[in-house]
Each structure stands twice: as structure tokens, then as C-alpha cells.
Design a protein around this ligand. Structure first.
Ligand SMILES: *Cc1c(COP(=O)(O)O)cnc(C)c1O
Length: 390
């Protein structure tokens, strides 16, 4: 077998430099653990960026995917499969009723939502400062980060950005020319920033009044990550468009745009499409994930997430300003911009996590993780923070 350095140099020779040099080459995953090429074991607190919700190699997903692939793998959207219909029924039910368009990623789910907004006959979109919606041209148009967006301009236009969480700014921006307001209930990529209490409900009220759609991007927050199938619904809000992806397939690529109410009828044949979207194998993975989530895992996510936030807060460490987020999507906010250094130190000691900003550590582990699994991380954190002084 090739050594890690050899694999890293082969990677750099042949892979486009979209992600910088890889930090590790992993060879195996099981549950909450990963192993590198040298046989070293890691606890995975990143879960492939909030994706591996049931952990690596979960038997329910492995069984669902392999048996579906053995039975019927792909048929195109000229045809239907029961796995796809069943997953659509469950996602629509989670939204309180509606209809589903399947995609293969978060950006693609958002692309579908973006196109639906155009079918309202209006073109203006209102998006949030700090937003992240993906890297395709449409998703990028509503993504705020200038360094992601600007090299690719002109993007689909008519987007106004407003400060996230500011109700009166939203009220001012949304009039009867607006097709949709797009927001994340918690901005994950921006550093795990939850919308202030009542903001989603205000956005619902403001969009309804203007006849605009409310588009909730739950690609990161949805499908159990925050202890709910859909966080927006748990906050008492039914959006017109809800996009999900990351955790839905436990690593098998699948995304969906769920539309409720009149928005569910916007799409007509020819308006949008996808070769792979909602194929039987992807749908089987999604169904397996929902089976496990609905079998008691959501309550576990609440309990472990709350325990973790309290444990980190309880360190009373001078570098820790607080813990934000919900369920098992948590940001440890630091008083110094040392998060990337902590990520490096943690990795060297067998913990995988990332720093979405220089002062925030993101913890988004497999949802099956326990308090006992997380306790050594909490205990090690002060030591890593102290070593960043050097
Ligand atoms: C990750 C993410 C996306 C993009 O998903 P991809 O699968 O990478 O295309 C979109 N929206 C949110 C909120 C995300 O966190």
C-alpha cells in the first residue's frame, strides 16, 4: 500500500487545486472513527461537513444502498421507483405537506429553488449577509462571501443582501417586486450563527404580506443535525421552499427541494430536470437515514448537543466566549483568532474538526456520538488553547 506522503503528492499532481493540499488521507471509517494510511485512529467531529449523520458505514445505510443497487440502481426520471416516492412522501410530510424535486447536492437543491422563484413572475431575491448556499452560479448569486462570488460575476442578478437577523432591514427590502427571501436558520459556513429568536417567523410574516416566497436553506441544519427533521418547522415556520442535502444520504449524494403550498405547483414538465436526481439508490440511502433518525435519534441529538454546549461553557476558559448553534451543529466561539491552530493541534491528537472562521471551531459530529465520546475532547480543549500561545 502507498504511504501517505506518496498519496499526497499524487493528489497534488492530478487533482485541480480547488481545496489546497489535503490534510490527511483516510483509508477507513467506522461509526464515529476514521483511520489514516498509517493506521492512526481519529474521532470524526466534522462528519464530512455535517454529512455522515449516522456515522461511517452505518449498517442500515449499507444494507439499504447495497440491496437497492442489487435490485435496481438507476432508471432516469422518465421512470419512477418506490424508494423515490417514499422518500418524497417523508420529506413532504416533514414540511407539513408539499412536493419534492430531487437533486444530488445542496447547491443543486438550491439551484432548483432559485429556478422556482423565477417562475413566480418576479425576479428580485433578498439574501442574507453571511450566507452560504453553494458554488453553482445560481447558488453563488445568493451567497454573500465576496471572495467566492466576485471572480465569477456576472451572476444571475437582482439580489439584495440584508443584515442577517435584522427584522426592520428585511421589512424595508421586501416589497411586491421580491420573488423570494432566502435564509439559513443557522448560518453554518459563516461560523454557526443562529438567526435571532423570532427572525424566521418575522421573515414568514414579511414574505407572506408581500406575496414573496420564503426559501429556507436547511442543507446544513436539516435532517436531524439540529435535533429536528427541519429546524425551520421546529421554530414554527413553514417556508415555501426548503432545501436539504448534506445529512440526507449519510454520504451518498442526495439533495432535495421541498415546496409547500402554491409553490409546490410552480414547476411544469420541461422547467427543470436532473439525470441522477432521486435515483433509487440515493433515495434508499435517504430512507435509511430517516428510519434511524425517527427511531429515537432526534432526542439523542438534543440531549448530547445540550450536554456538549454546557460542558464547553462549563470550562470557564478565558479563550472561550461561548457555544452557539443547536443539536449537534455547534460553534465554539473563541476570544482569539486561533481556531485554525486548534484544529491542527486537535488533528495531531486524533480529532477531526474545522474552523469556519478564525475565531470559531465547528463541531458537527455523527449524530450517534455520545457524551462519553465527547468528554475527552472537552477535557483536551484547554490544553490546545494554551498551546496556541507558543
Ligand atoms: C453545504 C451547504 C450548501 C452547499 O451544498 P453542496 O452539497 O456543497 O453543494 C448549501 N447551503 C448550505 C446552508 C450549506 O451548508
Amino acid at each position: 500500500m502507498s504511504g501517505e506522503n506518496d498519496l499526497k503528492s499524487r493528489y497534488q499532481a492530478v487533482m485541480m487545486n480547488a481545496f489546497g493540499p489535503p490534510r490527511k488521507v483516510f483509508v477507513r471509517g467506522e461509526g464515529i472513527h476514521l483511520w489514516d494510511a498509517g493506521g492512526k485512529r481519529y474521532v470524526d467531529l466534522l462528519a464530512g461537513i455535517a454529512v455522515n449523520s449516522l456515522g461511517h458505514g452505518h449498517p442500515a445505510v449499507v444494507e439499504a444502498v447495497t440491496s437497492q443497487l442489487n435490485t435496481l440502481g438507476h432508471i432516469s426520471n422518465f421512470f419512477a421507483s418506490e424508494a423515490q416516492i417514499r422518500l418524497a412522501e417523508r420529506l413532504a410530510a416533514a414540511a407539513g405537506g408539499g412536493k419534492v424535486f430531487f437533486a444530488n447536492s445542496g447547491a443543486e437543491a438550491n439551484e432548483a429553488a432559485f429556478k422556482l422563484t423565477r417562475l413566480t413572475g418576479r425576479t428580485r431575491l433578498v439574501a442574507m449577509e453571511g450566507s452560504f448556499h453553494g458554488r453553482t452560479m445560481g447558488a453563488l448569486a445568493v451567497t454573500h462571501t465576496a471572495k467566492y462570488r466576485e471572480p465569477f460575476e456576472p451572476l444571475p442578478g437582482d439580489v439584495t443582501f440584508v443584515p442577517f437577523g435584522d427584522v426592520s432591514a428585511l421589512e424595508t427590502a421586501v416589497d411586491e417586486t421580491v420573488a423570494a427571501v432566502v435564509l439559513e436558520p443557522i448560518q453554518g459556513e459563516s461560523g454557526v450563527i443562529p438567526a435571532p429568536d423570532g427572525y424566521l417567523a418575522a421573515a414568514r410574516r414579511i414574505t407572506s404580506r408581500a406575496g414573496a416566497l420564503l426559501w429556507a436553506d436547511e442543507v446544513q441544519t436539516g435532517i436531524g443535525r439540529c435535533g429536528e427533521l427541519l429546524l425551520s418547522r421546529a421554530l414554527g415556520v413553514t417556508a415555501d421552499l426548503i432545501t436539504v442535502a448534506k445529512g440526507l444520504g449519510n454520504g451518498f449524494p442526495v439533495g432535495a427541494c421541498i415546496a409547500t403550498g402554491a409553490a409546490a405547483e410552480l414547476l411544469t414538465p420541461g422547467g427543470h430536470g436532473s439525470t441522477f436526481g432521486g435515483n433509487p439508490v440515493a433515495a434508499a440511502a435517504g430512507n435509511a437515514v430517516l428510519d434511524v433518525l425517527e427511531d429515537g435519534l432526534l432526542a439523542h441529538v438534543h440531549r448530547v448537543g445540550d450536554w456538549f454546549a454546557a460542558a464547553v461553557t462549563g470550562l470557564h476558559h478565558p479563550d472561550v466566549a461561548g457555544v452557539r448553534g443547536a443539536g449537534l451543529l455547534r460553534g465554539i466561539v473563541l476570544n482569539r483568532e486561533v481556531a485554525p491552530r486548534v484544529v491542527e493541534l486537535a488533528l495531531s491528537q486524533g480529532w477531526v474538526l474545522n474552523a469556519p472562521r478564525p475565531d470559531v471551531l465547528r463541531v458537527a459530529p455523527p449524530l450517534i456520538i455520545t457524551e462519553a465520546d465527547l468528554e475527552p475532547f472537552v477535557n483536551a480543549l484547554p490544553g490546545w488553547l494554551e498551546r496556541t500561545d507558543a
